[in-house]
Design a protein around this ligand. Structure first.
Ligand SMILES: [Zn+2]
Length: 354
């Protein structure tokens, strides 16, 4: 009887040990598998974010622009406020640092993180020191420089003279020099509609932001550049495509007004400045027939395509970014316009030089 109990006890203990050992092995294997998976995930992101061209040139092929409005706004303010000091904070670097820290997941963003970063820089740390262990910092810096690189800078602009508002004078500035795509004093509404389904022609995703307003509202060049496309497109209707001078951004303005879509001075190859009137809101498009008004709601379709390599311009791998937060940011800087009653054309009131 005693021996039986002892044997059973020993057996139970052995089974427990085996179970425990198995349990440890299972946990160990699972940890390895999970970490391999995570490692591979980050590597596959790296692989999918860049591509190598036939000439061995490595360039970015994928960008998801999801920087929160509040972060862009706060980082821009740090940049502008510090511009004339001996410690200038570059807003794109600040944003890229946080992007790398969050692994691109901006739901983690808190304003304190930006303030903490600026405090570290103020205390004497350099951006190189803070980012040298961040695997993806250089990727975000390059991607976001392509998006935002033309927005802040030094420029001269006309402003109304104090106490004599009908007169104008030139002032030198540093700040936001990109404009809202809709002229000052005109109402529009919009929401984040990037990626929504569209079905005219074939099923596809919406690659821009629709600014809903009235037919005839003056449409403004967000950034200066060269008119690369001007004419009819069966989706966009009357549309204009403007390439930034650094060639990284292609601005797309579509569904312009029937019969009188563009500023009449413009043609392919024309050079425009940020804040110029380029055309008028309408509801053309969704037709192979030119000048067809096939949209029910007048709106501007506004889009930004990023181009890191010329092969991307018209391809299956075009990079269109979500511009909703950018449009919100640009609404801080609107171009005032005036109508010429003879020509019915609008033009900007305050000229710009850079
Ligand atoms: Zn649209």
């Amino acid at each position: 009887m005693q021996i039986h109990k002892i044997i059973r006890g020993v057996l139970n203990l052995m089974i427990l040990k085996i179970k425990l050992r198995n349990f440890i092995i299972i946990v160990f294997v699972a940890v390895i598998l999970i970490s391999l998976f995570i490692y591979d995930e980050s590597n596959s992101f790296y692989k999918s974010a860049y591509t190598v061209s036939a000439t061995d040139k490595k360039y970015i092929k994928y960008v998801e622009f999801n920087v929160p409005y509040t972060l862009m706004d706060a980082a821009m303010k740090y940049d502008i406020k510090s511009y004339d000091t001996n410690m200038h904070f570059n807003w794109i670097e600040l944003i890229s640092y946080l992007a790398a820290k969050y692994g691109g997941n901006f739901t983690k963003y808190k304003s304190k993180h930006l303030d903490d970063l600026v405090a570290k820089l103020k205390a004497g740390k350099t951006m190189e020191e803070l980012t040298n262990k961040m695997k993806y910092y250089s990727y975000y810096l390059e991607a976001y420089t392509a998006v935002l690189g033309g927005f802040l800078g030094e420029f001269e602009i006309e402003v109304p003279v104090k106490d004599a508002a009908e007169q104008k004078e030139w002032v030198k500035k540093y700040g936001l020099m990109a404009f809202s795509p809709v002229a000052k004093d005109y109402y529009y509404n919009h929401y984040d509609d990037f990626g929504d389904a569209r079905s005219y022609g074939f099923k596809r995703r919406h690659l821009g932001n629709d600014l809903i307003g009235q037919v005839g509202i003056p449409i403004i060049a967000v950034e200066g550049g060269v008119v690369e496309a001007l004419g009819w497109n069966k989706y966009g209707g009357w549309r204009i495509g403007i390439r930034s001078f650094d060639k990284k951004r292609y601005y797309y303005y579509a569904h312009l007004r029937k019969n009188f879509p563009y500023n009449k001075d413009l043609k392919e190859g024309s050079i425009v400045k940020a804040g110029d009137v380029i055309g008028y809101m309408g509801r053309t498009g969704y037709s192979n027939t030119e000048n067809a008004n096939n949209l029910t709601t007048p709106h501007l379709h506004f889009g930004i395509q990023l181009i890191f390599d010329e092969s991307q311009k018209e391809s299956n791998n075009e990079i269109w970014i979500n511009v909703y937060n950018i449009v919100r940011l640009l609404s801080k800087n609107k171009s005032k316009t005036i109508k010429n009653m003879e020509t019915k054309e609008y033009r900007r009131v305050y000229e710009i030089k850079y």
